[in-house]
Ligand binder design. Structure first.
Ligand code: FAD
Ligand code: 2HG
Ligand code: ZN
Length: 498
């Protein structure tokens, strides 16, 4: 295949049909006009600029060249689109909020973009069980508001909540900041409605907690990244909203102590602990520079921890968390701490953590690695990468402005309570001489610790050629067989995952 400047762009498969005006006419016969965006190249009238937001990813790293975006409103329309595309051999990329970070949500070449954004209705909500049934294109934050008014919360939350869709979350098997407490979507998703490439609608919209009637097919689609079917509906269990929430930010002198604090937090507050997140000084620098936020602490530290508790008795929670913070300070594990006094302070502290990806994006072109590694060595990879870049004269820590090193920051943050690190490298631009320093080195590093090269962001286009670092040849072979079973013509999200 061809090599672009900084990522491997596989050659366009000749198996796929090049769109014609006849194809556009067919789509016009099955979809309302306002749901179609087609460029003059295929007989449409849309300015190609209107398609930019569908062709480029959130990172501005991956870019496709689609001439057609379809935004169906019903499952039946999705089924008719796929049936036609399958018959004609037209490649399709399913797209939710387009916040994915592995190049999975945008076309590689001229695939049709099938956006779920017009499928955004709540189908039913049962306040007793907390079971929500909705269209796949519902925005996560809007679902959070809806169930919030009914004293519940979504079992997942993440920084992209304002744009990402629940269908995209399920397709990506997103983790996020509530994972520590509410676990994986493999547990909270109760049912899915999925349209297969040949147009078949698999209606598995169960609202049952328990259902052991053979193979649990919906699990295959959770984390399938749009390669097996298009998710059009989701049934998901939502927990009760905790009546007492506390958040504190801690200043920690070393990574060793970040771990000690986690251990103690679990011992003293285990049953109410709902998040344990960390970030380093470089992340803090970026977030304070690019967001209207002030550090709640009195000085700077090498590491910061955000700890959240959620429970049902405020007095009990305050007492437990207060005792934990006191002990952490007395033992010298933590050097400073700030406890949020009200809702506003809670949300400011969370914005500090959740604002990191955006603030790094404002700093420069961001390379992202999302890894699971045993916690004791989790942060070592950040230092190792920084050292390699320094040795190659591409990076100098604490550099003064105006110097000519292309890499500006090497930083680490993430869901340490889940053993998940986000290693981010921020550079002036995406380019081979930088990428080559840490790829495939990062993947080798992770494999040598038997970690995962993708903890929560998925494989997409970015890691397709590196799956072997985390999966055996036999496993990859069976993944391919499953792909072929559901999508024998390979029209769904080609060039991605396997
Ligand atoms: P998209 O980006 O549109 O798509 C993601 C993948 O799913 C693509 O492969 C796409 O083809 C496929 N897809 C989308 N919708 C469907 C559908 N209906 N049917 C079939 N396939 C579909 N991820 C985490 O795990 N944890 C985090 O904490 C987290 N935080 C983030 C913070 C920010 C600021 C950003 C930008 C991203 C973050 N992400 C995180 C990454 C990303 O996985 C999530 O944002 C989200 O799950 C993607 O949802 P989306 O609707 O934007 O999907
Ligand atoms: C987060 O936890 C997201 O903030 C994004 O998963 C991580 O951008 C990243 O590397
Ligand atoms: Zn994350």
């Amino acid at each position: 295949g061809l090599f672009s400047r900084y990522y491997h762009k596989p050659a366009r498969s000749t198996a796929f049909k090049v769109l014609t005006e006849g194809d556009l006419r067919h789509f016009k016969s099955i979809l309302p006009a306002e749901t179609i965006l087609a460029t003059p190249e295929i007989g449409g009238t849309a300015d190609p600029i209107e398609l930019d937001g569908f062709n480029a990813d959130w990172l501005n790293k991956y870019r496709g060249n689609s001439q057609l975006v379809l935004r169906p409103k019903t499952t039946k329309e999705v089924s008719e689109i796929l049936k036609y595309c399958n018959d004609q051999g037209i490649a399709v990329v399913p797209q939710g909020g387009n916040t994915g970070l592995v190049g999975g949500s945008v076309p590689v070449h001229d695939e049709v973009v099938l956006s779920l954004r017009n499928m955004n209705k709540i189908r039913s909500y049962d306040e007793l069980s907390g079971i929500l049934v909705c269209d796949a294109g519902c925005v996560l934050e809007e679902l959070g508001n809806y169930v919030g008014e009914r004293d519940h919360i979504m079992p997942l939350d993440l920084g992209a909540k304002g744009s990402c869709h629940i269908g995209g979350n399920v397709a990506a098997n997103a983790g996020g900041i509530r994972f520590l407490r509410y676990g994986t979507l493999h547990g909270s998703v109760l049912g899915l409605e999925v349209v297969l490439p040949d147009g078949t609608v698999l209606d598995n919209m169960s609202t049952l907690r328990k259902d052991n009637t053979g193979y649990d097919l919906k699990q295959l689609f959770i984390g399938s990244e749009g390669t097996l079917g298009i998710i059009t509906g989701v049934s998901i269990a939502t927990p009760r909203k905790p009546s007492s929430v506390n958040v504190a930010v801690l200043g920690v002198p070393s990574y060793e102590k970040v771990q000690q604090a986690f251990k103690l937090a679990r011992r003293r507050c285990g049953e109410i602990l709902s998040a344990y997140e960390f970030w380093d000084a470089s992340c803090m620098g970026a977030v304070l520079k690019h967001h209207d936020l002030k550090s709640p602490l009195s000085s700077d530290f090498p590491f910061y921890v955000l700890i959240e508790t959620s429970g049902s008795n405020k007095d009990h929670d305050d007492e437990k968390l207060g005792a934990l913070l006191e002990e952490l300070m007395e033992e010298g594990i933590v050097e400073d701490g700030a406890l949020a006094q009200d809702e506003t302070q809670i949300s400011r502290m969370w914005s500090m953590r959740e604002g990191i990806p955006e603030s790094l994006g404002k700093t420069g072109a961001t390379y992202k690695y999302d890894v699971s590694i045993p916690i004791p060595v989790l942060y070592d990879v950040v230092g190792d990468i920084a050292a390699r870049l320094e040795k190659a004269s591409l990076f100098k820590p604490e550099e003064q402005p105006g110097s000519d090193h292309p890499v500006k920051l090497v930083c680490g943050y993430g869901h340490i309570g889940d053993g998940n690190l986000h290693l981010n490298i921020v550079a002036e631009r995406f380019e081979d001489r930088v990428t080559n320093i840490f790829e495939p080195f990062v993947y080798e590093w992770v494999a040598s610790h038997r970690g995962s090269i993708s903890a929560e962001h998925g494989v997409g286009l970015m890691k397709r050629d590196y799956l072997g670092y985390s999966k055996s040849p036999e496993m990859i072979d069976y993944m391919r067989r499953i792909k072929n079973l559901f999508d024998p013509k390979g029209i769904l999200n080609p060039y991605k995952v396997v």
